[in-house]
Design a protein around this ligand. Structure first.
Ligand SMILES: [Zn+2]
Length: 132
């Protein structure tokens, strides 16, 4: 994803995305490994997770972190440090949404076989192999 889009998420949720962290602990220094079209899905996901994470951090006294964000088998994967049912459910919802959202432009799409593997693509970007 473009650096300016990544920057918006990191700025809004600074304690979640440890982009300067140790790669033995977090893979976020590698960036968000997917196309720009999923930015809105991510943004809404994070906004909805915020109260759930606040509750979790209050209960456990621990700090929640997102350790990797990438595309896998044509859908968005969002790996986190702490797992509760509500958090898992909301992440699964975003993953489902990503499978129907063009990873290039964010318009409605579907899973298609491209030269680069299975990707979520709209009609216009049906043959675009990469994330941008
Ligand atoms: Zn598209």
């Amino acid at each position: 994803m473009r650096k300016d889009l990544e920057g918006k998420l990191v700025k809004r949720f600074p304690t979640w995305f440890n982009v300067n962290g140790d790669v033995r602990h977090t893979l976020m220094p590698f960036g968000f490994e997917h196309g720009d079209g999923w930015f809105n899905i991510l943004w809404r996901l994070c906004a909805d997770l915020e109260p759930l994470v606040a509750e979790l951090e209050k209960e456990t006294g621990e700090r929640f972190e997102v350790v990797q964000v990438k595309r896998k088998f044509g859908t968005l994967r969002f790996y986190v440090s702490h797992h509760t049912d509500p958090i898992e459910e909301r992440i699964a919802e975003a993953q489902g949404e990503s499978s129907r959202t063009c990873e290039v432009c964010g318009q409605p799409g579907k899973q298609r076989e491209t030269g680069g593997g299975v990707r979520a693509r709209c009609d216009e970007h049906a043959h675009s192999p990469e994330g941008q």
